[in-house]
Design a protein around this ligand. Structure first.
Ligand SMILES: [Zn+2]
Length: 263
């Protein structure tokens, strides 16, 4: 499936070779949204967000492994997993990148017929717009009763998290690296890189994004999402974005070592 050697991938491999033998393999944690009793959104033709996100997660894992990365999934099967447990799993795994996979859905018939396309998020204490707030509320709803921060604690928790996080700027760079490739690969509408208070990104000690890789509620986009070759294309675009980010980061993070060398 991931046969094409993209320029990002080639650069990433070159960076790994240049850094060998000291550089460990990059590690990526992929988080397929929802699972078990929490099905997420449902398409007009009966596809479940939890199943499509898991399938694309497996394809993304294969694409990244093909490029030499270590990849872990927060859930390998159709099981219920609390948002807090996804964060705990990620931090124990000490990844270089965390990617949560979801599908958008609209509540009314008019909006379901209208909205399609892709959107990529990174964490912020406040949403970057009304649409970003809606998406975060929808995805955060899964956390009810399963270990998420209490609403009154959330803002303080996120603020303290952002203060101690060195990964926030990297999360933004990761989001843009993925999003531009996702827009090109999907051919769908560009809903932009947005920021919002997602529980599943809060506390992750790595560059972290949440990708809404389509509107499962749209009558035509859901048919695209059902096709294996389209899922491969989406997974490869996300993988290319992750690999481009890792390549940039590898180059940047070697600079202090070089500049500290005595002349
Ligand atoms: Zn979702």
């Amino acid at each position: 499936m991931p046969g094409r050697m993209s320029s990002a991938l080639a650069f990433f491999c070159a960076a790994l070779v240049a850094a060998a033998p000291a550089a460990p393999r990059a590690r990526v944690v992929i988080d397929p949204g929802h699972g078990g009793a929490q099905e997420g959104a449902i398409s007009p033709d009966g596809q479940l967000e939890k199943a499509v996100s898991l399938d694309v997660a497996r394809r993304l894992k294969a694409a990244l492994e093909h490029a030499g990365a270590d990849v872990l999934l927060t859930r390998e099967q159709d099981v219920l997993l609390a948002l807090a447990d996804r964060v705990t799993f990620a931090n124990r795994s000490k990844p270089d990148v965390f990617v949560s996979l979801h599908l958008n859905s609209m509540p009314t018939r008019r909006l379901r017929a209208k909205l399609e396309g892709v959107q990529t998020f990174f964490l912020s204490a406040s949403a970057s717009g009304e649409d970003a707030r809606r998406v975060a509320e929808t995805e955060n709803a899964d956390s009810a009763g399963v270990g998420a921060p209490q609403p009154t604690d959330t803002l303080a928790f996120i603020l303290s998290d952002l203060r101690r996080s060195e990964s926030h700027a990297d999360s933004a760079r990761l989001a843009y690296a993925i999003h531009s490739r996702l827009v090109a690969a999907s051919g769908g509408s560009d809903h932009g890189v947005q920021q919002a208070p997602f529980y599943v990104l809060t506390g992750v000690e790595a560059p972290a994004v949440l990708v809404e890789f389509g509107f499962i509620s749209h009558p035509e986009e859901c048919r695209k999402l059902a096709r294996p070759e389209y899922r491969d294309r989406i997974a490869q675009a996300i993988a290319d974005g992750v690999l481009a980010f890792l390549a940039q980061t590898a180059v940047r993070d070697r600079r202090p070592v070089a500049s500290s060398t005595p002349p």
